[in-house]
Design a binder for this molecule. Structure first.
Ligand code: UT7
Length: 354
């Protein structure tokens, strides 16, 4: 297979995560749900999640993560060329949440758009950002993944509401002549499976009406069992494919950062790929499934606590509504030269994302 070589490279100069302070453990869940800590832990690996406060929205969470990433990159928002926000739970259908983020950051030079692609949105967004960087069109891009799912799941439906949490994660990608960044990727979609994860009501197909609300069709629904089977089938092959496009074997990848939907899916992926679970960054126990935010949040945490270094190779792998999927091999910083030494020193002194 041909490897993918860009014209200009992109260094991830800043990263940041945000989770709301309000922790809801499995035991704190409402009694009417008829669920248990044991069921949730055994079936999913989730122990607790963060739920946004009444004053928080998707845009405010985006801003918190973006400000951390920009501060670390030492970048004035005015320098940004593009802001890309991946979310399926925006503040409004319109205006796009990316425009709210642009305005509140004061990033007046930046183009901005929102990418609605379920859990795969941030990986799709990162690959999109790199295309603008690789062609030399833009030099400084902010890519945010944020989700406020607690307002879009049905709190009467135990099969859904226990699975999700609220969070945001962001990175800044800047053009550089030094080889690093996105080394190979795979994106895909099978719209024949679009019914597996669906919010049936309050779109153009079934506009909001008393009947739609009575059916509770404004909330997201999922055929969990089928999504589970699909995910365990696709993750291994797309990881191999993305690595091959980067001209690498999976052994050359330091960290796999998978979408955090279910610990059992991650364990199955590790088995299939013949890699130890220790090479996977896992935080589903603390944050549950935060959809488009899981990967940038886990990435920021792994770097912030010094578990991973920005000169290492990461493989981001995801699947979600659509059904869509994506895998991307990324080396945030170059491996040689002063830049890499600076990166390692910075990573060593980093404080945890909170
Ligand atoms: O990020 C987007 C992509 N989403 C995913 O990747 C999710 C993938 N799917 C999954 O992670 C799993 O399928 C789930 C965690 C959603 C469900 O686990 P499962 O092992 O597939 O359970 P199930 O849906 O087959 O349900 C088994 C039983 C059912 O009872 P019966 O019909 O066997 O009597 C459910 O009613 O578990 C019951 N159940 C619950 N019991 C206690 C479902 N939810 C709960 C609950 N507490 N919260």
């Amino acid at each position: 297979m041909e490897t993918q070589h860009p014209m200009t490279y992109g260094r991830i100069t800043g990263w940041g995560g945000y989770v709301p302070p309000n922790v809801v453990t499995n035991r704190d869940l409402p009694e009417w749900l008829d669920t248990s800590d044991e069921w949730i832990v055994q079936r999913t690996g989730i122990r607790e999640r963060r739920i946004a406060g009444p004053e928080e929205t998707t845009a405010t969470m985006c801003l918190a993560a973006a400000r951390r990433a920009l501060a670390q990159a030492d970048l004035d928002p005015q320098e940004l060329d593009l802001i890309l926000v991946a979310t399926s739970t925006p503040d409004y259908h319109t205006p796009p949440v990316s425009s709210l983020v642009q305005s509140r950051l004061g990033a007046s030079r930046a183009a901005a758009f929102t990418l609605v692609n379920g859990c795969t949105g941030w990986v799709y967004g990162l690959c999109t950002a790199y295309q603008f960087i690789h062609t030399g069109i833009y030099r400084k891009v902010l890519v945010v993944g944020a989700e406020l799912l607690s307002r879009f799941v049905d709190w009467q439906d135990r099969s859904m509401c226990v699975l999700f949490g609220d969070a945001a994660g962001a990175v800044v990608v800047e053009a550089t002549p030094e080889p690093c960044g996105l080394q190979g990727f795979v994106l895909g979609s099978d719209g024949d499976l679009s019914d597996l994860i669906i919010m049936p009501g309050c779109g153009s197909a079934h506009p909001c009406s008393p009947e739609v609300l009575a059916r509770r069709d404004q909330y997201v629904r999922m055929n969990g069992r089928e999504v589970f089977k699909f995910a365990t089938r696709i993750i291994g092959p797309i990881c191999h494919q993305a690595a091959a496009r980067a001209g690498l074997e999976l052994d050359a990848i330091d960290w796999i950062i998978p979408h955090q939907a279910n610990l059992r899916i991650i364990q199955a992926a590790a088995r299939q790929m013949g890699l130890p679970l220790e090479r996977f960054v896992v935080n589903i126990d603390r944050y549950a499934n935060t959809s488009a935010a899981t990967i940038p949040l886990a990435f920021a945490e792994a770097l912030d606590r010094g578990q991973a270094h920005p000169t290492q190779r990461f493989l981001f792998v995801t699947f979600g509504a659509g059904i869509t999927w994506g895998a991307a091999v990324v080396q945030p910083w170059p491996t040689s030269g002063a830049a890499s030494q600076e990166a390692v020193a910075q990573a060593d002194g980093r404080v945890p994302t909170g």
